[in-house]
Design a protein around this ligand. Structure first.
Ligand code: TRP
Ligand code: SF4
Length: 352
């Protein structure tokens, strides 16, 4: 059997995750772990590029996020789950890449300009922030990943990664005659933008305060759903509604069986069903999906040590893979030293 292709992705530790993360990324990761050799990591250094001024929450955020991953079904027996800063080789590769990457490549990345304009409460005129996508390139290439599952906003970063790989490969051809280039060029596996809206119809996001969190208690979810916006034209019970603009219907589409979706669609338009009943019906299908996640999360909360152990073990495993790549990188760049003979290492494949 051919070796499984490698998949890598990371998430910045933002703390507890919500349904948007499950639908927009985790469900995809959970599928991928069945088919590929997967590396999934907590991008804690990436969090520092914007949140360097207050790092007090970073450890807890890492743990909270890892518990959500595990609760949703990421499985350490199938995928390597680790913490970026526990594999310092990422930083070495980032440094080496920084030597060969033209500044213009980084200044051109769309997220650089956008974020600097949008995020006004912090000074993002830092070296680290400019290098954000190059650190990401190191994350990806150090595992020689073939595929990188990401959302639309990250595609430019994978593009840059391909350029960096190409430049490195051509500047530093491998030592072994007719050897293989050091880095494969990875491809983005675009995760479609989730159809699931936030509680107010905008994109689900912590900063909008419109989320349902993974592991959230049913009572709290009920309250949030009771307060959800519906079609503003349905002022009275017998006003007909427009499900296509209603976030509650967005949830039905994602979680209710097809006949229920069709019934709600029809009866909303004819005022056959009221919004309160419609929301109750939606909860009947949403809550059972969240129950097992909540249950597994409780188990990790009772023993956070178990989640830490998984991350520590995963980091060791990732580190072994990262070291192998760096050996090849150092060799290709003539940075290897043979300590026994006290001279630069003979390049593999050549007679000493
Ligand atoms: N930049 C990514 C994000 O904000 C996180 C990330 C860091 C990442 N390194 C990565 C994603 C490597 C994929 C591959 O979502
Ligand atoms: Fe939304 Fe349902 Fe009310 Fe229609 S009946 S507006 S779909 S909550």
């Amino acid at each position: 059997m051919a070796a499984k292709k490698r998949v890598l992705s990371g998430m910045r530790p933002t703390g507890r995750l919500h349904l948007g993360h499950l639908v927009g990324a985790l469900e995809n990761w959970i599928k991928l772990q069945e088919q590929y050799q997967c590396f999934f990591f907590v991008a804690d250094w990436h969090a520092l590029t914007t949140d360097y001024a207050d790092t007090s929450q970073i450890t807890d955020n890492t743990l909270q996020m890892a518990m959500d991953w595990l609760a949703c079904g990421l499985d350490p027996a199938k995928a390597t789950l680790f913490i970026q800063s526990h594999v310092p080789e990422h930083a070495e590769l980032h440094l080496l890449f920084s030597m060969v990457t033209p500044l213009g490549w980084l200044e051109r990345v769309p997220s650089y300009k956008e974020q600097r304009e949008q995020i006004r409460d912090r000074d993002l005129g830092t070296y680290g922030f400019l290098g954000y996508p190059l650190l990401q390139s190191a994350d990806i290439l150090i595992y020689k990943a073939h595929f990188v599952p990401v959302g639309e906003d990250q595609v430019a970063h994978v593009e840059l990664t391909r350029e960096v790989a190409r430049r490195f490969n051509s500047m530093y051809p491998p030592a072994v005659p007719r050897g293989r280039r050091v880095f494969p060029e990875p491809g983005a596996l675009l995760t479609p933008t989730p159809k699931l809206p936030g509680l107010d119809g905008r994109k689900m996001s912590k900063s909008y305060g419109n989320t349902i969190d993974l592991g959230e208690e049913p009572e709290s979810i009920r309250q949030k759903v009771a307060g959800m916006l519906t079609d503003p034209q349905r002022v009275r019970r017998n006003d007909p509604g427009r499900p296509e603009i209603c976030p509650v219907f967005g949830f039905h589409r994602r979680y209710s069986p097809q006949p229920v979706v069709e019934r709600v669609d029809r009866e909303c338009r004819t005022a056959g069903i009221g919004c309160v009943d419609c929301k109750g019906l939606m909860l009947e299908h949403l809550l059972p999906v969240l129950a097992p996640i909540r249950e597994r999360r409780r188990q990790y909360e009772a023993r956070p040590q178990a989640a830490w152990e998984i991350l520590v073990e995963g980091s060791k495993k990732a580190r072994r893979a990262a070291r192998r790549t760096l050996e090849q990188v150092r060799e290709a760049m003539h940075l290897k030293f043979d300590w026994e003979r006290k001279r630069p290492a003979a390049r593999a494949g050549r007679k000493p």
